[in-house]
Design a protein around this ligand. Sequence first.
Ligand code: BES
Ligand code: MN
Ligand code: ZN
Length: 499
Amino acid sequence: MEFTIKTSSPEKLKTGCLVVGVFADKELSPAAAALDKACKGAIGAIIGQGDLDEKAGSTLMLHAVPGLLCQRLLLVSLGAADGLTDKTYRDAISASAKILASGSAEDAAFCLTDTEVPGRDMAWKLSQAARLLKDATYRFELHKAKKSDKPAKGAHKLIFVTRHKVNAAMETAITRGRATAEGMALTKDLGNLAGNICTPTYLADAARKLGKEFKLKVEVLEQAQMEKLGMHSLLSVAKGSVEPPKLIVMQYKGGKPKEKPVVLVGKGITFDTGGISLKPGAEMDEMKYDMCGAASVFGTLRAVARMALPINVVGIIPASENMPDGKASKPGDVVTSMSGQTIEILNTDAEGRLVLCDALTYAERFEPACVVDIATLTGACIVALGKIPSGLMANDDELAAQLLACGQTTGDRAWQLPLWEEYQDLLKSNFADMANIGGRFGGAITAASFLARFTKAYKWAHLDIAGTAWLSGDAKGATGRPVPLLTEFIIGRAEGRTG
Ligand code: BES
Ligand code: MN
Ligand code: ZN
C-alpha cells in the first residue's frame, strides 16, 4: 500500500473508498459534517437510525451515496466523543484497515487521522495509522505452491486527507509507520516459516541478504569459532541437532563511527522440542516460533535501516535447534559459558537462556550504550501476564522506563516484573556456579535473573515475548511484536529523546 498526504475537503474527493470517523453520540466529526452537507443530510439520517454500532471500530459501508464523488463511503465508529483514547483510535483504524485490505476498492482516502486524540499530535496519529494500515495487508504466502497471478485484493493507494497544511514532520511520520510495518512483515515471515526451512543456516542467509539490501555489516560465526571463544553454553544446546548453530552479527552504522551502539540480542531457537527434557506433543508445532526474538531483531534493523536513522545498532542472534539425540545434552550436564561461569543444565528445555548468556557476553565487545534482549523465554511469563503485554525486566530503571513508554506510545506494550537480588538464591546449584532453572515459582523472573549474571558490564533490559510474538488457534501466526516498541525506542535514541 502506498501512502500520500494532502490538504483537502473530503466531499471533493474522487476515490474508491472514503473512510470517515463518526462519534457514537451522533456529533459528526468535521469531515463527516462536510460530507453530510454535500449529501443533504443522508449520513446524519443513517446514523440517527442507529445503523452504525456505537462501539469504537464498528463500521458501515455505504455505496454510491448521492451528492458524493466517492464510490464507497466507509463510516467508522469512534465511540463516544469524550471517551476517545489511544485504544479507541487504534481500534477504529484497525477495523477500517481490515476492510480496506480485503475490499474491492483499489484506492482510498482516509480522514480518521484528522480526529483529535487527547495528548497525541498529528505525527503520532499518522505513524500509527500508516503502520496499522500497512500491517493489515500482510499475507504469509511463502509456503503456497501456487503463486497468485492476480493482483492482490484491497486498496493499493491511500491518501491521508487533512484540513491542516502538510509539513515535513507529517511525511516523516508516515514513512516511519510504513517502515515499521515493513520490518514487522519480515519478522512475521521469518516467524511463520516452517522449522524445516527456517534453520540457523537459513537465518544466517537471511542476515546476509538483509545486509546486502541495506548495507549492514554481517558476520556469521560458525561452530569452530564459537568453540574458540568458549561459548560452550550455546553449543551445548546445538549438540543434539544435525543443523549447525550460527552466531549472527549484523551491524547498522548510521551514527558517528565512535558512537556506542544499541545492541539487540534475539533468541534464535529455530525449533524447540525441549531436548532430552522433551516437551509434550500438544501444539509443539508452535515451537517453530521460538526464534521470534531473533526475527524481531531482523525486523527492527530493517525498519531502522529503511528510515536511515542516525544511530549505530548491532543485532546479535544466537541460532540453534533444540533436539533430543544420542549426542544431546542431558539433565545434570555441566558446561562452562564464555564468561567463565559454569552452569548445571537441570532441564534441557530451559535452552533459551543457555544460548542467550553467551551472546550477551559476546555483546560486551561492542561497548554498548545499552543492550536489549528479546526472547520467547518462558511459559511462566504467559501465566503471569497473559498475552497482552511482553514481560520486561532490567538492571537499569531509566532504560526500563524508556522501553515501557515506547510500549505505551505504540500500543505494543510491556509490563515490568521485579529483578530483585533475592531471586538469585533460586538458581543455586550443588555442582556448578548456577543451575539453569529456578524451581516452580516466578519462572519468568528466575530466567531473567539467570541472564542478569551475564549482563553486569552494561545497561540491560530483557523482553520476554513468549505471550506476544505469535497468536494460536484460528488466527495462528506471528504478530511482528515487539518491532513497534523497539523501533520507537531506537527512533527516540536517534533523536536524543531517550537516553
Ligand atoms: N521456548 C520455551 C518457552 C515458551 C513456552 C514460549 C511456551 C512460548 C510458549 C522455552 O524454551 C521453555 O521451554 N521454557 C521452559 C522453562 C522451564 C523448563 C524452566 C518453560 O517455560 O516451561
Ligand atoms: Mn525450551
Ligand atoms: Zn525455547
